[in-house]
Write a protein that binds this ligand. Structure first.
Ligand SMILES: Nc1ncnc2c1ncn2[C@@H]1O[C@H](COP(=O)(O)OP(=O)(O)OP(=O)(O)O)[C@@H](O)[C@H]1O
Length: 332
């Protein structure tokens, strides 16, 4: 793990592993007047990789994407897309990137087909319109006016417009908001196909399951800073295993043992008193085994039974909620 201080010192320095990255962000700060919305954010995305930027409302995700898109000049730090500064969308960046942003700029009076045709005529090397409409499942809506599409269908049209230009870098800002479960799963399938084709994808989403399904790496932002970053399994492992059971009637809570350095948290759920240990010490592959062995030995000595004993790893939701509480200050 890296502390916030280490990160501050290293954030602006180029790294050897930047070579080959499609997107590189180093020590990005972004201000709106005196308000600092982004405070020293760093990450990189390689071709074929999906990086999920998660975070609380107002954390600075959209501001970061808008900077990468070239709409905002950084207040400090550097942003590079294929080695180029994206500010002002120079041709070398514009032609190789595209985005599905919040609040699409669709023209309500055009039909789906007309919308796609306009974008097709403007693109340098577009995919065929029919192919893209088929991909996003809008073929049967091609003659329908944009105004008559549902919210989820409009998001699909946004995605179709982005895919038309064969982007090598794709920014997806909450792309499945408003979609039903089927549309969301279908969109995930499309995004997985893009990754396989080598597209570098930056995804922001409030659907944690979406990040769990798609992300090669993820970061959780809070108040302008990345608080947690890494491969999903590593991020979850950093939060430990949870061992819980119902406290036996004959045991007073003060007599519960510490396990692998973890003290129990005792809470009442319904009529029952539950003890929960969050075990973070020791080899991540073996610590649940050792925690259980210690508890079983303790229970055996007392000739008692640990009812409803369960072990589970932390979920992304656990981690996210801790970050939102301001409890997380380490980068995994
Ligand atoms: N044009 C602007 N002028 C002033 N403040 C702004 C502007 N745009 C965004 N902000 C502020 O900057 C902060 C970050 O906003 P941003 O939209 O980047 O967050 P976000 O992580 O995308 O949030 P959400 O998940 O709610 O979409 C917020 O406090 C927001 O109010």
């Amino acid at each position: 793990m890296t502390t916030t201080d280490d990160r501050d010192q290293a954030q602006d320095a180029p790294r050897a592993d930047d070579d080959g990255a499609a997107v590189v962000v180093r020590g990005l700060h972004q201000r709106y007047g005196s308000f600092e919305a982004v405070k020293g954010v760093s990450f990189e995305i390689r071709p074929g990789e999906l990086f999920a930027l998660l975070g609380t409302n107002g954390a600075g995700k959209t501001t970061t994407i808008e900077t990468l898109e070239g709409f905002r000049r950084p207040s400090a730090g550097t942003v590079r897309v294929f080695g180029q500064d994206p500010f002002g969308q120079p041709a070398g960046v514009r032609e190789r990137t595209n985005a599905v942003l919040q609040g699409s700029g669709l023209l309500e009076d055009l039909s789906v087909q007309e919308t796609m045709s306009v974008a097709h005529d403007l693109a340098a090397d577009p995919r065929p319109v029919a192919e893209v409409l088929d991909l996003v499942g809008l073929t049967d809506k091609s003659r329908v006016a944009v105004r008559q599409l549902s919210g989820g269908q409009k998001r699909r049209l946004d995605l179709a417009l982005a895919l038309l230009t064969r982007p090598e870098v794709l920014y997806l800002d909450e792309p499945t908001t408003g979609m039903d479960a089927e549309g969301r799963i279908e969109t995930w399938r499309i995004i997985q196909g893009l990754k396989r084709d080598g597209t570098a994808v930056l995804l922001t989403t409030h659907y944690l399951e979406e990040a769990e399904r798609l992300a090669d790496r993820l970061a959780i932002m809070h108040r302008g800073e990345i608080r947690v970053e890494g491969v999903l399994q590593d991020v979850l492992a950093g939060w430990g295993d949870r061992v819980s059971f119902v406290v036996p009637d004959e045991v007073s809570t003060g007599d519960l043992p510490a396990v692998l350095g973890a003290d129990p948290v005792v809470e009442t759920h319904g009529q029952e008193l539950w003890a929960t240990y969050t075990v973070t010490e020791g080899d991540m592959a073996e610590r649940a085994h050792h925690a259980l062995a210690a508890l079983m030995a303790w229970a055996g000595d007392r000739r008692t039974v640990l009812r409803r004993l369960q072990v589970r790893g932390a979920s992304l939701e656990d981690v996210f909620l801790r970050v939102a509480d301001g409890a997380a200050d380490l980068v995994g």
